[in-house]
Ligand binder design. Structure first.
Ligand code: PEP
Ligand code: CO
Length: 464
């Protein structure tokens, strides 16, 4: 897709932007810290701690996202709704990685495209809430906003925002990154050894036969290539893995926003690929202001209330130079609204010839309360929104380049449906999320398989 002639800006840091310029705008969803001095000390400490990622990694992801925009890659982004400090454990981290690697094998095999793998981890500790306060039995306390900010227990001390938690969150993020990097560098992602990604509890999954067939086919292809080339295929033993989180808590994000030698501009070095949540995507708000000056690739969640005009203004502010790989739009409309709400947005972006990476989040528009009070998501609705998104993009002449999911490698029962047909009554068996319901391993793999099936059933106008 090439941009039509128009006066695009050159790629540069906006002249009126600084890492702190968001402070002059209304900042939604921020905690109120009782001790401003303690907050300032933490900000100072964080701004001197080593970063979690490097500018080289960020720029290499940006290049891969630019390729995904052109249909040469597919993006898989997934992880917990909210990480918790207590879940920073080796098995939980490696199981999540295993699911993402298995899904990515299914996608690579079925789509015949390299996959950009992005975790929702190593910093996904701050959550937007619908109300600032929570009331129980006549007592009102600040809402739980994620482990970066306070604790979930309904007690005044636990709910009081504590800035030291940002330092702890930075350390937990560093431990998570360190473990993921060590696993990947040590060969955990090696395509010669997909058995490394087996999850103990899977046993006789209804999907396992299909998955094992794909593993065998990939193994055959690898051996065939190695036989004819006479040498081991390099690059199969490691996979790039990138991180992302909702950059909600702006004092933390600002403290990790740095300049680096031999590069111009400012990088958020707390993550490769930060996103703006749906509730903080206002054009006049602090989050959009903060994001517009970063050199990272950035994403915005787009909900059903966004109009084409608002969307185009967001695109202008966040990517004024139409830079490749810079901007991803994650639409999350809900299965019942996607057919109405998505096409006008696709048309607007296509008409203006703007470069974006379209990603579907089929989770957040499909959250509901089950009959027994559990917050859940129906697999049929997740699937319905995702399949509709593929069709709507094909009809609009745009391309769905990725998927954004909440998932875990644990055997949880948080979303109903799927191959094992979990029911509302099953939700109580293993419901662990403190925030949104996640796909378990089998449901995640099933999503990867249905993406492949859906994509291959559509005419692909851009396939080369
Ligand atoms: C989320 O991704 O967990 C989230 C809160 O999403 P959204 O901003 O789309 O509601
Ligand atoms: Co969520």
């Amino acid at each position: 897709m090439s941009a039509p002639d128009r006066n695009l800006q050159t790629v540069s840091t906006p002249g009126d932007w600084t890492p702190a310029s968001w402070r002059s705008r209304p900042a939604a969803q921020q905690p109120v810290y009782p001790d401003a001095g303690a907050l300032a000390e933490v900000e100072d400490e964080l701004s001197r701690l080593p970063p979690l990622v490097t500018s080289w990694e960020i720029l290499s992801l940006k290049k891969q996202l630019a390729e995904a925009q052109e249909g040469k890659r597919f993006l898989l982004q997934g992880g917990d709704c909210a990480e918790s400090f207590a879940d920073c454990e080796s098995a939980l981290v490696s199981n999540r990685l295993k699911v993402l690697l298995q899904m990515s094998l299914v996608l690579v095999h079925g789509l015949r495209l390299p996959v950009v793998r992005v975790g929702r981890f190593a910093g996904q500790y701050a959550k937007p809430r619908s109300a600032d306060m929570e009331e129980k039995d006549g007592v009102a306390l600040p809402s739980y906003r994620g482990d970066f900010i306070n604790r979930p227990e309904f007690e005044a001390a636990a709910r009081t925002p504590d800035p030291r938690r940002m330092v702890k969150g930075h350390a937990r993020s560093a431990m998570t990154m360190n473990f993921v990097r060590a696993l990947i560098d040590g060969g955990f992602a090696d395509l010669h050894h997909p058995e490394y990604w087996d999850l103990g509890w899977v046993g006789h999954s209804p999907l396992s036969e299909e998955y094992q067939r794909m593993v065998a086919a990939v193994g055959d292809a690898v051996r065939f290539m190695e036989t004819i080339s006479g040498e081991a295929l390099h690059n199969l033993n490691r996979a790039d893995f990138y991180t992302s989180h909702e950059a909600l808590l702006l004092p933390y994000e600002q403290a990790l926003t740095r300049q680096v030698p031999r590069q111009w501009g400012w990088f958020n070095l707390s993550t490769h690929f930060p996103w703006i949540g749906m509730r903080t995507a206002s054009l006049e708000g602090a989050h959009v202001e903060y994001f517009r000056g970063l050199r990272n690739p950035v994403a915005v969640k787009i909900g059903p209330s966004v109009t084409p005009d608002q969307l185009m203004r967001l695109v202008d502010v966040l990517n004024p130079a139409d830079e490749p790989g810079r901007l991803a739009l994650i639409h999350r409309m809900g299965a019942t609204q996607v057919a109405d709400k998505l096409p006008p947005l696709l048309d607007a972006v296509r008409r203006e010839g703007r470069r974006v990476l379209w990603i579907c989040d089929p989770m957040h528009g499909n959250t509901e309360s089950a009959s027994n009070g559990f917050k859940t998501r129906r697999f049929a609705n997740i699937r319905g929104e995702l399949e509709a998104a593929f069709e709507l993009h094909a009809a609009a002449g745009t391309r769905l380049g990725g998927v954004h999911l909440e998932l875990t490698g644990e055997n949880v029962t948080e979303c109903t449906g799927g191959a094992r047909e979990l029911t509302d009554a099953d939700l109580s068996l293993a419901y662990r999320s403190t925030v949104d319901p996640r796909l378990n391993y089998e449901q995640s793999l099933e999503i990867a398989m249905l993406i492949v099936r859906k994509q291959s059933s559509l005419v692909r106008p851009f396939a080369s």
